[in-house]
Design a protein around this ligand. Structure first.
Ligand code: ACO
Length: 138
């Protein structure tokens, strides 16, 4: 028995496995719309969601949050091929995200992200375009 992780990376064998997996999910989770299963399994995402972001209380406002975000941007771009981040920012963290080049305007088309990330109340959806060339870390 072995466990492997596959993504839609253009390798035919991997796509065959994803289709097999789609069939298992569709059969075993009959309440899930099939299009939704296919979308989550097969679509290649251009964006990543920052679901959680926190620094220990006694280390906050020392620049670690900025450095963490810069590493994340570089990794997401260079390793995962992402172009954008989305986040539902808590109201008290909006200032931090603004300083990390997140905007309150969402430029990504809604059908690209809607249904992929969880909606929350009392938070603000923010977007960040990852610069394709910028060196974010030293
Ligand atoms: N509101 C406004 N500005 C902020 C905030 C804030 N809450 N936190 C940091 N900043 C500013 C800093 O003053 C600094 O400004 P400067 O560049 O002009 O000096 C800049 O943002 C960067 O600050 P860092 O020191 O790099 O940020 P820090 O290491 O404190 O990390 C973080 C920021 C992650 C928000 C941290 O304060 C934290 O863990 N807060 C509590 C948890 C939280 O609210 N997390 C975000 C929830 S939303 C989510 O998880 C998707």
């Amino acid at each position: 028995l072995k466990f492997v992780c596959y993504s839609n990376d253009g390798v035919d064998d991997h796509m065959m496995c994803l289709i097999g997996l789609k069939n298992i999910f569709a059969r075993q989770l009959p309440n899930m719309p099939k299009e939704y299963i296919v979308r989550l399994l097969v679509d290649r995402q251009r964006f990543g969601e920052i679901a959680f972001c926190a620094i220990s209380a006694d280390e906050q406002v020392k620049g670690y949050g900025t450095r963490l975000m810069n590493h994340l941007k570089e990794h997401a771009r260079d390793v995962d091929g992402l172009t954008h981040f989305l986040t539902y920012a808590d109201n008290n963290a909006v200032g931090y995200f603004l300083k990390q080049s997140f905007t309150k305007e969402i430029y990504l088309e809604k059908d690209v992200w809607h249904g992929y990330i969880k909606d929350y109340d009392g938070v603000l959806l923010m977007e960040c375009r990852i610069d394709p060339k910028l060196k974010y870390t030293n």
